[in-house]
Design a protein around this ligand. Structure first.
Ligand SMILES: [Zn+2]
Length: 328
């Protein structure tokens, strides 16, 4: 990477954090795939089964930013052409927050907490979507987190500073806890100005403060609750895990932040800017995408367009994302 690209990247990203609304605003006058004018009142949850397990995707809303952030090594002209072909805006990429509730036996386990108010005003919807299926925060027995970035842990803290899920055991990867919480992390790998790094790091510590005393730290690679196995997927962060939900012969693979948006990180092989160790992240992505494609496992992408379910297809040059049809 030469000085020019470094400088350009810093400029692009400083534009992002200059105003938090830019993380969430839609496009301005650019033709894209949003069909007609949106209205409120659409479903924010989606129910299905994995064997005996009842599963519900609960949207926490959306975040986003300039496409360049999520496709750090894409040649600019190619990136713009890909966005145009996908009817996506050239200046903004929307990322969903697809948390997953699984009900197994008598336990309710939430996978990922969502962003809450840590990354702009269009997230923090998980509680209304939980209410829509007749549940409240006190009904959650456990919250399992893939990695401690703010968009995955933001909802753990109420506005008053208490535990948002008062009865829930919170499971976090130990390597992320050591890196982001127990120490003052060196976030210089994130191509953003220093004040953004400071706020990002502080949002993690602040979100996790209410659960500090009784957090359960895990190392990926084992079944942490019946029906939910953690899979080593480090690189994006030191401890990031992905998950396999399984019951009988049915499986669902969660890809966490191996990919942000299928258009740039699955259908095209571009690397997310926030990956801390880009080579390790790439190896994790290939290993887990290969498994999903070879075994034809249904996949849930945390940041993919809601509800985020589909399958990975292996292609000549890489992979393709095939969204699942909506089921009533
Ligand atoms: Zn994320």
């Amino acid at each position: 990477m030469n000085a020019f690209t470094l400088k350009r990247r810093a400029v692009v990203l400083s534009a992002v954090i200059g105003a938090s609304s830019m993380f969430v605003a839609g496009s301005r006058g650019v033709a894209h795939a949003q069909v007609a004018t949106p209205m409120s009142g659409n479903a924010g949850h989606y129910r299905f089964r994995v064997g005996e397990i009842n599963a519900t995707i609960l949207s926490d809303g959306v975040i986003g930013g300039p496409p360049r952030v999520y496709a750090s090594d894409a040649p600019e002209a190619e990136l713009q052409a890909v966005l145009r072909r996908a009817f996506l805006p050239s200046d903004h990429m929307t990322l969903n927050l697809n948390t997953l509730l699984i009900e197994t036996g008598s336990r309710r386990i939430l996978i990922e907490a969502g962003a809450g108010s840590t990354m702009g005003p269009n997230a923090g919807r998980i509680f209304e979507n939980l209410a829509a299926i007749g549940l409240g925060p006190a009904d959650i027995d456990a919250v399992v987190i893939s990695h401690t970035h703010p968009d995955h842990v933001g909802n753990l803290r109420t506005a008053e500073g208490s535990k948002a899920f008062p009865r829930a055991a919170v499971f976090l990867p130990k390597a992320d806890w050591d890196f982001f919480v127990r120490n003052d992390p060196d976030l210089s790998y994130m191509p953003v100005p220093e004040d953004f790094r400071v706020r990002f790091g502080a949002a993690i510590k602040r979100s996790l403060e209410p659960v500090t005393k009784d957090v359960e730290l895990y190392e990926a690679g084992s079944e942490i609750v019946p029906g939910l196995t953690t899979i080593v997927a480090s690189g994006h962060t030191p401890g990031m895990a992905t998950f396999l939900v399984h019951s009988g012969t049915d499986q669902l693979l969660l890809t966490a932040d191996l990919a942000y948006h299928p258009v740039v990180n699955v259908d095209n092989p571009w690397r997310p800017g926030p990956d801390r160790d880009k080579e390790t992240a790439l190896a994790s992505r290939r290993r887990i995408f290969d498994r999903a494609a070879a075994d034809r496992i249904p996949v849930l992408g945390f940041h993919f367009p809601f509800p985020g379910l589909g399958r990975m297809l292996k292609t000549d040059g890489g992979y393709a994302w095939v969204p699942a049809g909506w089921q009533f």
